[in-house]
Design a protein around this ligand. Sequence first.
Ligand SMILES: Cc1cc2nc3c(=O)[nH]c(=O)nc-3n(C[C@H](O)[C@H](O)[C@H](O)COP(=O)(O)O)c2cc1C
Length: 392
Amino acid sequence: MAARPLADEDERLCAEMEKSSLSEPQFPPPFLPGRPLSGELHVERAWAHWLRLGAPKFIVAPMVDNSELPFRMLCRNYGAQAAYTPMLHSRIFSENEKYRTMEFTTCKDDRPLFVQFCANDPEVLLEAARFVEPHCDYVDINLGCPQRIARRGNYGAFLMDNLPLIKSLVEKLASNLHVPVSCKIRVFPSLEKTISYARMLEEAGCSLLAVHGRTRDEKDGRKFRADWDAIKAVKNALRIPVLANGNIRHMEDVHCCLEQTGTDGVLSAESLLENPALFAGFRTAEWREDVDPRNNDVELDQTYLVDEYLKLCERYPVPWRMIRSHVHKMLGDWFRAQPNVREELNMQSKLTFEWLHDMVNRLREHGERIPLYQVKGASGDIPTANGFLASA
Ligand SMILES: Cc1cc2nc3c(=O)[nH]c(=O)nc-3n(C[C@H](O)[C@H](O)[C@H](O)COP(=O)(O)O)c2cc1C
């Protein structure tokens, strides 16, 4: 979506605000720029907004090059109730129209949507956030990226060394945007420090906090378990909605996590990449041991999901590098069984949808089917947006 000039946007927003002020009165009032709110009103507004969005519980985590529009829509078709964009670089976003057009796309049904930025300058962050505020439900600040590129750029989890700067980023957005601010953090090794960090964010105006229960040094998600106790302690210490992130591989994890941490929702990243139908109660063969095969009367597998994803990409174009990445992740099990097809894919310097659909057909025709498994009742109270589930 090409962002329009700021002045036009402001005019449109003012018109919208006027319109909404003529309709039903809402209490607490929607987010409006202005002075920071008192603690009580801030919390009340944070909850009112969250409830207006339907209090989503099953959420697609932000993933660079991976939580782009077609993937978000695929996950939404299978039970995801909200989604983050990939992290966008606030400075480049504010300066470069081509970057904005290429890296931020959305559509009417892509809601609730959290647009995530990395930043280290409040003015620049605000400038970037103004382009997206009409199209999203939260502007999110990435305070958790532990990668070398974040160290060099001084953003993400490396801002944990400069809490006053983090505070100024949150305050800037909270007092100037029409949508609330959310943050995604990692925990400190010290629980006490984590809690005072989270409280500082809430006081600065953060309206929703996602807590990834690993520290900055625990980069490898497969090696380090996320600390749900730390997440629970943050939830208990705050009054705004809190989301848990880490260790979500299937719906049983989702239910355990919500129960153990008391949080308001969960984010999943890596497991969703392999199995975008996770939130609809499907699991990969790796986690099938307690599934009664007689219950598995739903015919879903990852080739079906790839076909559906490719159709979404034809509708909502994205760079081929993203498509390639998703095809590899979703079809990992199939490629392990038929490595020659993976090699063929790797040899294609230029991809087409026709070639990819044909590749998926060949995987299906020549190999043994690798189903996804569904535990009866595991999808809980999810809305079945997708006709496939509804007719199963
Ligand atoms: C491919 C990939 C890209 C990611 N990009 C982002 C990002 O842009 N912003 C962010 O806050 N976290 C990012 N993360 C971290 C995830 O959002 C999440 O915090 C982390 O993977 C832990 O969740 P999981 O255990 O469900 O994988 C990324 C993770 C992956 C696997």
